[in-house]
Write a protein that binds this ligand. Structure first.
Ligand code: 5GP
Ligand code: ZN
Length: 136
């Protein structure tokens, strides 16, 4: 498959791989927002978490946990921003699911994930909850 992250997972193109297990690989982002900025991808091509099946969600997030622990220990990160640009509208540029783990350091002048979007609904939170739960 002509997918850059599939190729990294298969070791067909180089990357700074810092973690791998049976199901996932973690490698450094080539354009890091902070030291240790890592991308974790499932070995099997999937575009979003909605394309994962059964235990694949669990194995991916186990890898995220391992990598977060590794970065905390090795780089002495004070915290992390962990997130997915999920879908083109959310800024997903590579169509192979990847979880960003970005180490955060005291005084790094970064902000929180809330800074990504300011688009509050006109309806109340209760009305939105009703809409969501109506399908459950
Ligand atoms: P997205 O916006 O899809 O969440 O982010 C894609 C990320 O992948 C970007 O941060 C970009 O720097 C990184 N990236 C894209 N192509 C490559 C690559 O070939 N190698 C590595 N290591 N990172 C990549
Ligand atoms: Zn892929």
């Amino acid at each position: 498959m002509e997918c850059i992250f599939c190729k990294i997972a298969r070791k067909e193109i180089p990357a700074q791989v810092i973690y791998e297990d049976m199901h996932a690989v973690g490698f450094l982002d080539r354009d890091p927002r902070a030291a240790g900025h890592t991308l974790i991808v499932p070995n099997r091509h999937a575009e979003t978490i909605l394309d994962l099946q059964g235990g694949e969600v669990g194995t991916l997030f186990s890898a995220v946990r391992e990598i977060t622990a590794l970065l905390k220990k090795s780089l002495h990160a004070d915290g992390f921003t962990i997130g997915i640009n999920h879908g083109v509208v959310a800024g997903q540029a590579v169509s192979h699911l990847h979880v960003h783990v970005i180490p955060r350091f005291m005084g790094d002048h970064g902000t929180s994930i809330h800074a990504v979007i300011t688009n509050p609904p006109a309806e109340s939170v209760e009305a939105i909850a009703k809409k969501i739960m109506a399908l459950n």
